[in-house]
Design a protein around this ligand. Structure first.
Ligand code: DAH
Length: 346
């Protein structure tokens, strides 16, 4: 029974070896050394041809069972190595959730809501209470949604009014205004409807105290039958009253935007608190708006003979600056805790 003994020895050696290994590659190597074509077990089985028929009867099942045991052991070992690796990885990436508390104990305050987000939420709530939906839209847009459908054809000079970040394909862009949401809103619903659409917009502009490359707008649109400028003024005044907690005096001036006709600039009468009258008081341009241009309705699949509506585009950063008397828009993106923490209670 020379062969049987050798087989058992091979199994024993294998068990001793695999115990010591900790890498999957090494385990696979060991397996090949034993079970592979030129492996030790295979080599021994080759000598079977010299054994007697009785011997073969015994050796056959014995070698099979050893082979199976080795295969199972290899599989189990591979799995345990994998598990060990995952555990190590998890241990390395562990998030210390107690860190926040220990930082706070070191004197850092809990974070708050950014003033632009806070005002956005506040305005969304105001409009929801008046029956408006709140819609979202993508930052990356195509020509049609940012310009074409808004009555700004390719050759229109209004395209230059908004310095656009184009993608290399010259087909896609970072939306320059939230008016894109007007188009998406019209595409997704049937009149009558009313919705607002807040979000980030992007312009390739030099930054200064009143300009940022990325800022926030809140678009609004109401479409139905016999909508008038009176409806527009009503909703805008209600909004302003809620935000400033008092009746605001407003005026409409003509304003030009290709997607509205007539178009207006809605100004509020504003007195900078604490600075007396004079130069800080007066009319402040706050809200461009107007009656939706028939071409825009048509591009949105709406019959302008039957329906009309109003639209507006509120600058959220501007509003925050007015409300909290912030003199430089760049503070809003600075991430400076000395600035942000002033709003942490909002
Ligand atoms: N999209 C315009 C801009 O960013 C703002 C605007 C003007 C939006 C008039 C409107 C509107 O909905 O009616 O400059």
């Amino acid at each position: 029974m020379e062969i049987l003994k050798k087989l058992e020895q091979i199994h024993k050696d294998f068990e001793g070896e695999i115990e010591k290994l900790s890498k999957q590659a090494d385990v696979l190597n060991l397996k090949a050394n034993v079970l592979g074509k030129k492996g030790s077990l295979s080599e021994i089985l080759k000598s079977l041809k010299d054994a007697t028929p009785e011997e073969r009867k015994e050796i056959g099942p014995a070698s099979n069972s050893i082979k199976q045991k080795i295969e199972q052991a290899v599989l189990a070992k591979l799995q345990s190595i994998e598990l060990e690796e995952i555990n190590q990885q998890l241990a390395k990436n562990r998030i210390d959730i107690s860190l926040r508390d220990s930082l706070m104990m070191d004197g850092l305050k809990a974070a708050g809501v950014h003033p632009v987000s806070a005002i956005q939420r506040e305005i969304e709530d105001i409009f929801i209470s008046m029956g408006f939906d709140v819609l979202d839209g993508p930052h990356i847009e195509d020509d049609f949604h940012n310009f074409g459908a808004l009555n700004i054809p390719e050759t229109h000079p209004a395209r230059d009014m908004q310095d656009t970040f184009w993608f290399k394909d010259m087909k896609h862009l970072l939306r320059t205004h939230t008016s894109t949401i007007q188009v998406r809103g019209m595409e997704s619903r049937k009149p009558p409807f009313k919705f607002v659409g807040p979000g980030k917009v992007f312009r390739c502009e030099r930054t200064d105290a009143t300009h940022e490359m990325c800022f926030h707008q809140l678009e609004g649109m109401m479409v139905g039958e016999n909508i008038t400028v009176g409806n527009l003024i009503y909703f805008m005044k209600t909004l302003l009253k809620e935000i400033f907690k008092k009746d605001m005096e407003v005026r409409l001036r003509p304003g030009y935007f290709p997607f509205v006709e007539p178009g207006f600039e809605l100004d509020i009468r504003w007195k900078k608190p604490g600075k007396g009258e004079s130069k800080h008081s007066g009319w402040l341009e706050l809200l461009p708006c107007g009656m939706v241009h028939p071409n825009v309705l048509r591009a949105g699949g709406i019959d302008p003979e039957k329906y009309n509506g109003f639209a507006f585009g509120l600058g959220l950063d501007r509003l925050v600056m007015v409300k909290y008397m912030i003199e430089d828009i760049r503070h809003l993106h600075s991430g400076d805790l000395r600035f942000n923490s002033q709003f942490s209670m909002i």
